[in-house]
Design a protein around this ligand. Structure first.
Ligand code: C2E
Ligand code: MG
Ligand code: MG
Length: 733
């Protein structure tokens, strides 16, 4: 019917009309909201009655079941409600305030506080009221009760009084006061809106309050104002709104507020309610923090350890690096001044050839093998270091013959045959240089210096063109080797009876009688024959092993004395006590006293010899020990008097019983006449000091005669007897 051109023209015109209408109609108010016509309505409401009326803590708006219901009602009645918190204490006072168009909630029409009549609306909703008591209680009927209520519920109270004549109602300003009165017993129960109770009773401190469901009753919830023409008109309008309020809408509003958790705990309430949980949470938190800190520390320690590992250890072999070796070696020397140490410098002579022929990794494996083998027989106090490439350094105890044999079998032979035993032809050639530490090395601990000495010795070994080892200080090595042999064999020697006690008689030259003996030990080694005490005693003293020997000597002497006592041959014996026995923190006087008790020997049968030099070196400790010995009843002798340099001064301070003059020191070979003068004077001096005397090292009759003439009759020496085995001594006595 229409051409295409005409059709599009009509559409354009229709669109234009629609556009014009959309501009004109809103301006004409056709789509305007009805609110524009609404009359404002100021509604006075009480505060703090959650969930009916309360101020939202976030929006600061007044909200609640009552507010929402009133909003719907006002909306339907054509009002724009503005809610204000009632400042007056009670609703009947608020009725007199013209600022509010209406107030709520009222149960029924009441006279205002000034006596004016009021009008109320229809019921907005039925509010249940409940009694609350402390704990569960059987309550008498409501009419006989004394109940507490909030003053602001004055209007409601009036209704209650009408419903239950005889009921007594006390008013309190705050819920806190209400509860206080209830707990004190001023009232039997409290009465309030159930919705409000359901909110208030969430307060942890009210956990003792119990709702009494049996005493539930309901009250109306109405809007009211003074009975004026205006007031009546307003109420009439509101009634229309109430009439059209649907039950579903009402229930929805109530449910909305009663299903929400509106009560907010303050910090203390929170803690009291959720104390355990809070504490646990806190604990958990603290634990997590502590664990995190510990983990961070552990991580750092691991990191530091990794760094230290990198610095202190050789990653290929696990041996110390030079840095690590310096540190640990210094510590070991300080911790073990008694261990005779050596530094060994080892180098594989043909390592370059090995690397070139079998490859670097085969060379690496040989290096690892060498370190492993070393570690197999090293003690905690030995260490090994890889300085670089195939150069190794060890700090280890000087080994005795047996140990060196083991080293050869376990380390060096398998190393030399490392490639041969793997089907190749080349033997590894090993050169080593040895430097034996001197006492000064322990004090200075100049590790680099010692390594240098060992390296020089290693060069000498290398220059000799055969594999083997060389010493930097052979003299020191011999001494150290001897020390190693002696210390290493001491336990075996003691066990196998290689060490025996010999006795050298002591005589009274005047009566020519034997009145005692000195116990001296002798060591007969099956391989080396007799070892002189002049050799092994100083070695054991230096290496801190003398106590092991002396305990054996003292006990053997006690056993011998016991036997002689039983034979009726009462004798006394001098035993030697070394400085090292006493300076170590062990109670030697107590130990020896224990021995005499164990073997039933009189204390004066044992005389304790301590050398003069020991007193000079550690005067305090030795004087203490001397006093203790004497306290226990032992006699103490100062041995080798004349051997030291401080003899005279010693005499003054050291509380010994007897002085043992050593003729060898006092007489010597030269200037015998002067020696005699000295001895004469020493004797008279010692006697003057009230001490006893014995002379040792008496070899000639002339010496004995002279000593006797000067007043020293007690003597010991080759002139009379040499030290002899116990059997010989027994025959003699
Ligand atoms: P000492 O305690 O001064 O013992 C005396 C030493 O002088 C002994 O040497 C003895 O054999 C030697 N002697 C005895 N009479 C004569 C003599 O007329 N002329 C000469 N030239 N020497 C004589 P010995 O037995 O070789 O002991 C050496 C040192 O070893 C002892 O000196 C003592 O200090 C120490 N000693 C020996 N046995 C023990 C022991 O069981 N324990 C400890 N701690 N030290 C011991
Ligand atoms: Mg002695
Ligand atoms: Mg002596």
């Amino acid at each position: 019917m229409f051409t295409r051109k005409k059709r599009s023209g009509i559409i354009t015109i229709l669109l234009c009309i629609l556009f014009m209408l959309s501009l004109i109609l809103p301006a004409a108010g056709v789509f305007a909201e009805t609110s524009g016509n609404r009359e404002p309505l100021v509604v006075g409401v009480p505060k703090d009655r959650c969930p009916i009326f309360y101020t939202d803590p976030e929006t600061k708006e007044i909200v609640g079941i009552g507010i929402d219901l009133m909003k719907v009602v006002s909306d339907k009645a054509g009002y724009e409600p503005e809610f204000r918190i009632i400042e007056e204490d009670t609703l009947i006072e608020a009725l007199d305030n013209d600022e509010y168009d209406v107030v709520m909630p009222l149960g029924s029409a009441l006279k205002s506080s000034s006596g004016a009549e009021s009008v109320v609306s229809e019921n907005l909703f039925q509010t249940p009221f409940t009694l609350v008591t402390v704990g569960k209680k059987d309550l008498p009927p409501l009419k006989q009760l004394r109940i507490g209520m909030l003053s602001s519920l004055h209007g409601g109270a009036k209704t209650v009084e009408k419903l239950y004549p005889g009921i007594q109602i006390e008013f309190y300003d705050t819920m806190g006061d209400c509860v206080k009165a209830l707990r004190k017993g001023d009232v039997d129960a409290l009465l309030h809106n159930s919705y409000v109770w359901s909110y208030i009773l969430q307060k942890p401190s009210y956990s003792d309050l119990t709702v009494q469901p049996s005493s539930m009753f309901s009250m109306d919830f109405r809007v009211g104002t003074r009975d004026t023409e205006n007031g009546r008109a307003t109420i009439e309008n509101l009634n229309k709104g109430i009439a059209s309020l649907e039950e579903t809408q009402r229930q929805a509003i109530i449910l909305d507020y009663t299903s929400r958790k509106l009560y907010r705990y303050d910090v203390f309430e929170y803690l009291s309610k959720y104390g355990a949980i809070s504490l646990l949470t806190l604990l958990l938190f603290v634990t997590i923090v502590v664990m995190l800190i510990q983990k961070a520390r552990a991580d750092r320690a691991t990191h530091e350890e990794n760094v230290r590992q990198l610095i202190d250890y050789d990653p290929l072999t696990g041996a110390y690096s030079l840095t690590g070796f310096r540190k640990r070696a210094t510590e070991l020397l300080q911790e073990n001044p008694d261990i005779p140490y050596l530094i060994g410098y080892t180098n594989f002579r043909n390592f370059k050839f090995i690397n070139d022929s079998y490859g670097m990794s085969a060379g690496d494996e040989a290096l690892i093998f060498f370190v492993q083998k070393n570690k197999e027989i090293m003690s905690d106090t030995d260490i090994i270091c890889r300085i670089e490439a195939d150069h190794f350094v060890v700090l280890k105890r000087v080994s005795d013959y047996e140990e060196r044999k083991r080293e050869e079998e376990i380390i060096f032979e398998p190393l030399r045959d490392y490639f041969v035993s793997r089907g190749k032809q080349t033997r590894i050639q090993v050169c080593a240089g040895v430097y034996v530490l001197t006492p000064e090395d322990y004090l200075r601990a100049d590790i680099d210096h010692m390594i240098d000495f060992a390296r020089i010795a290693e060069q000498q070994a290398r220059d000799s063109k055969k594999d083997g080892y060389a010493f930097y200080n052979p003299g020191q090595w011999d001494a150290a080797e001897q020390t190693a042999e002696i210390c290493g064999h001491l336990p075996v020697a003691l066990k196998n009876g290689e060490i025996r006690i010999w006795y050298q008689p002591q005589v009274d030259y005047e009566t020519k009688k034997i009145n005692g003996a000195e116990a001296l030990c002798r060591w007969k080694n099956p391989d080396q024959g007799w070892i002189s005490p002049g050799v092994f005693i100083p070695i054991l003293e230096e290496s801190g092993r003398i106590y092991e020997l002396d305990r054996f000597v003292w006990e053997t002497v006690c056993k011998d004395l016991k036997r002689w006592n039983e034979m009726g041959k009462l004798r006394s014996v001098s035993i030697n006590v070394s400085r090292g026995d006493i300076t170590e923190d062990r109670n030697v006087p107590e130990y020896i006293k224990g021995l005499t008790e164990k073997y039933g020997i009189d204390k004066d049968q044992l005389r304790v010899e301590i050398t003069e030099t020991a007193f000079a070196d550690n005067p305090e400790i030795l004087i203490d020990a001397t006093m203790k010995f004497r306290e226990y009843g032992f006699q103490v002798e100062m041995d080798d008097f004349g051997s030291g340099f401080s003899s005279l001064h010693m005499l003054k301070d050291v509380p010994v019983d007897r002085i043992k003059l050593d003729l060898n020191f006092l007489v010597g070979d030269k200037n015998k006449d002067k020696g005699r003068i000295i001895i004469r004077n020493v004797i008279s001096m010692v006697r003057g000091l009230g001490m006893k005397l014995i002379a040792e090292g008496v070899e000639y009759e002339t010496q004995a005669e002279f000593l006797l003439k000067e007043g020293c009759a007690e003597m010991q020496g080759y002139y009379f007897y040499k030290p002899m085995p116990v059997e010989d001594f027994e025959m003699l006595i």
